[in-house]
Design a protein around this ligand. Sequence first.
Ligand SMILES: C[S@@+](CC[C@H](N)C(=O)[O-])C[C@H]1O[C@@H](n2cnc3c(N)ncnc32)[C@H](O)[C@@H]1O
Length: 393
Amino acid sequence: MENRQLTIFFDKLKQVIQDKTLIKMVLSNQRNHSSDLKSIIISIVEIKTGERINFVFRHKTNDITKNYGVEEAVLLIRKALEDDFLNADLFSGDENFRLLITEHGKVKIRSNQSLLKPASGFTHDHRKERIVATQNNVYLRELGVLNDRFEVRHNMNDKYLQINNYIELLEPFIRELDLPDGFHVADMGSGKGYLTFALYDYLTNVLGKAAVMTGVESRAELVKLSNEIASKAAFTNLKFICGTIQEVTLEKTDLLIALHACDTATDDAIYRGITSGASLIVCAPCCHKQVRKDFHATNELKSITRHGILEERQAEIITDAIRALIMEAHGYKTKIFEFISTEHTPKNLMIVGRKLSKPPARQGKQLEQIRAIKELFGVKRHYLEELFGTRSN
Ligand SMILES: C[S@@+](CC[C@H](N)C(=O)[O-])C[C@H]1O[C@@H](n2cnc3c(N)ncnc32)[C@H](O)[C@@H]1O
């Protein structure tokens, strides 16, 4: 089977293996539907003897895993596309490609970028300079994102890109702030601390600011691990404390972050940010269970919310819209946007609140809007509203 599109695709495959930007490749859409082999998942692995290409052969009832050298792997992929599968999805750091073979043997390539034009495509060494540097980056090594040679591990490419994406996204909001020396940053629900370390690194080493940062996390083992890594990285003004977002004692907070803090923990974080007068509040809500439990549409909306997934989406929209209105009522200018492709996670909304120098003239306006939304959707309670003791019905 030879074809120009196939040649382009295989050149791309070899390139992403060589550049180490291959995240994974999936061969699917069986040629023979009765075959026991359903798909093959291919990725790069590092083993003691060096790099190998890992194949997971997905059969109906079991998986078989094998490692191959690069040349052998490329031959096997070619053979699998000739004999077994019609599709190949290639995921790499910067671009994704789909190879489609029709039943008549026509080959097409789809890309999420326009890099497939022969004249401009496949230039070598196009790796982008990232905002989170890998060179001598102790925290990323300790977190397992980098290997001992400070190179991104193949299976952590996605994580590394996500960390960069997050800092790039925060950058314009942070640059807008007039932060005093020694300003305080709180990361609520810091988890393993990937983003906490990256933000501290960015603030202190890229922007040269004297930041004091605290990661708040309820899981003691993560707090211990993160404090050990902060010490190894010599991040002297970064500490992690074990406690809950609701109760932890913080000196003050100028900038508050809460990424994927579960359910109402996002509300607790917003509450802490507003009440401490934080200049910037950045949240990526996680699940929206509270409002979902507490809304019961009795009007035409019932025909929408009777579908579980639509009810879930509706709960997300109502929860976050009310959160934004409450922030606005307390003098914040808000922005809600998608911060990462839904391919990575469906929980991809970010709410950013920037404290205005002048409080709003009429706080009541937002409270009226909240009341109207609640009435329309039959929402009985919103946890953040209750924290402020301003229930609007
Ligand atoms: C999904 S993880 C996100 C971690 C990190 N922010 C990130 O985005 O990579 C949520 C973390 O928040 C912590 N958490 C949830 N509710 C909390 C609360 N009320 N107080 C403190 N930590 C909380 C969990 O233990 C978990 O580690």
